[in-house]
Write a protein that binds this ligand. Structure first.
Ligand code: CTP
Length: 467
């Protein structure tokens, strides 16, 4: 059953009450209802509870400073104000109520409430005398009547002061219900993840690729027309470099074969080898070398993120062509490098049962229908497919929305993620499959082509357990 807030973006504003810790559980409950939640903390809330728990649970960076910009230059609280389906301020302090009633945008929570046209739900929590003070009563009335905010009144009971009275933050289930009611019947404001706040980078993974050698290709190849001109493509290498960085962080030895890239490459060093290439032909040679055995072991995996030219000029002019001569180019298809590696691996490696795990990418425009066919035709274990016509996905962006297909017919549609997080999700699959492959080798359980069930995840393998 889907939750009552499925697909909704909810801004959770937390202000500086002792009840601020309850906001963590509220976040969890909103998430359990299917909401994508982004948290805003007032400076005093941040003194009660730090942003880390909120960031880890919401998967979004936490807004704490009204003047801070997002990494992509957007103004965080305005992005939330414009994309949230509702804001909920819980707990809301007496200070919040007063500043809000007077429109004083002194912190990120109030600034977001002021800037939004979404419904706002407010759940106050304070000392009982503060709640009954005429100033608070007037402020609450203004929020309700003039602003149309939904106020979920505090409950009665023991208070932090040691006294008893009305001031305890309302039951969290009641606050969730108020949010559900506030958005009922309204269309989702910003279904596109690109219009929403960015996702935070995931916490670092364990060193589950230690002892593995992974070959990664990145960037776009350039096919020369003459000594100064080439046919290229819009690949910036961000995805491939993110893969290399992520694999290194997880303990792998990485050979990064980089064609034209626009991002810094990892510095060569222990465990990192960087090979620069320009053309598809050079990439082919570099790949053959990199996939060969080193120290008695072939590469464990190839992740082919490079955008390899599909066509190259049949002949390169030896000198710069002159405009006056006009130009008709004859192009020839390039060999399918990934399919070549897959074919070689099928023939050469089964002896040791250590067939490399092969991951391809497919940049499709408009539909991913052809992706499964590519996976089978090229003989891959995984194919990472994305629709490059979608905003926030594809060349040059920092984010990507991909679907991971596997050889067993599995299909994992990931949400819009940073390229680093996409890289880690791919490497999760690579690490699990390699562990499973080796477990199969040890027990003699691999199939005739030396390949375990491709792409299936085994959470606990002997190799992992031994580490
Ligand atoms: N690839 C490759 N050699 C080529 C072209 C592509 O190894 N000459 C690799 C890419 O690096 C990618 C995968 O194959 O990992 C899929 O690339 P894509 O361009 O989507 O597929 P193509 O086979 O070129 O099919 P088409 O151009 O018909 O979409």
């Amino acid at each position: 059953m889907s939750g009552r807030l499925e697909g909704r973006l909810i801004g959770l504003g937390v202000t500086g009450s002792i009840a601020a810790y309850k906001a963590v559980e509220l976040l969890r409950l909103l998430t359990a209802e299917g909401a994508d939640v982004v948290v805003l903390l007032s400076p005093s809330a941040a003194r009660f509870i730090g942003p880390l728990s909120f960031a880890a649970l919401s998967r979004h960076p936490v807004e704490t400073e009204v003047l801070d910009l997002l990494p992509d230059g957007r103004i965080g609280h305005i992005v939330i104000a414009d994309s949230a389906d509702a804001l909920v301020v819980a707990p809301a302090t007496a200070h919040f109520l007063g500043a809000m009633a007077n429109g004083m945008a002194s912190d990120a929570v109030i600034a977001t409430c002021l800037a939004t046209s979404a419904p706002v739900v407010v759940a106050p929590a304070m000392d009982g005398d503060m709640w009954s003070h005429p100033a608070t009563v007037a402020n609450v009335a203004r929020l309700r009547e003039a602003f149309g905010y939904v106020v979920v009144p505090p409950a009665s009971g023991p208070l932090a002061s040691g006294q008893s009275g009305q001031g305890r933050l309302a039951e969290l289930a009641r606050i969730v219900d108020a949010v559900v009611e506030a958005v009922a019947g309204r269309p989702i404001r910003q279904p596109a993840a690109t219009a929403r706040p960015p996702l935070a980078d995931a916490p670092p993974r364990e060193a589950d690729l230690a002892g593995r050698r992974i070959v990664i290709t990145a960037g776009g190849t350039r096919e020369p027309i003459d000594p100064v001109r080439f046919i290229g493509n819009r690949s910036t290498g961000k995805m491939g470099v993110a893969l290399a960085d992520a694999a290194l962080a997880r303990g792998a030895r990485v050979t990064l074969i980089a064609a034209a890239v626009e991002v810094p490459l990892p510095p060569p060093g222990a465990g990192t080898e960087v090979v620069r290439v320009e053309t598809a032909a050079q990439l082919r040679d570099a790949l053959s070398t990199a996939m060969l055995e080193r120290d008695g072991r072939p590469a464990d995996a190839l992740v082919m993120a490079a955008a390899v030219a599909d066509f190259a000029p049949s002949r390169m002019a030896p000198t710069k062509l002159s405009r006056g001569e006009g130009l008709t180019l004859e192009l020839s298809p390039t060999p399918d490098l990934l399919a070549e590696v897959a074919a070689r691996a099928r023939v050469a490696v089964p002896a040791a049962g250590r067939r490399p795990f092969l991951v391809g990418f497919a940049a499709e425009a408009g539909s991913l229908d052809r992706a499964a066919g590519k996976l089978a035709a090229k003989g891959l274990d995984l194919l990472v497919a994305n629709d490059v016509s979608e905003a926030g996905s594809g060349f040059g962006t920092d984010t990507n929305r991909v679907t991971i297909l596997d050889a067993a017919g599995g299909r994992d549609e990931l949400p819009l993620l940073t390229k680093r997080e996409v890289a880690d999700r791919i490497l999760d699959r690579v690490a699990a499959a390699l562990d499973e492959r080796d477990a199969g080798v040890q027990t003699g359980g691999s199939t005739s082509d030396g390949r375990g069930p491709a792409g299936t995840a085994t959470p606990a393998s002997p190799r992992r357990a031994a580490r």
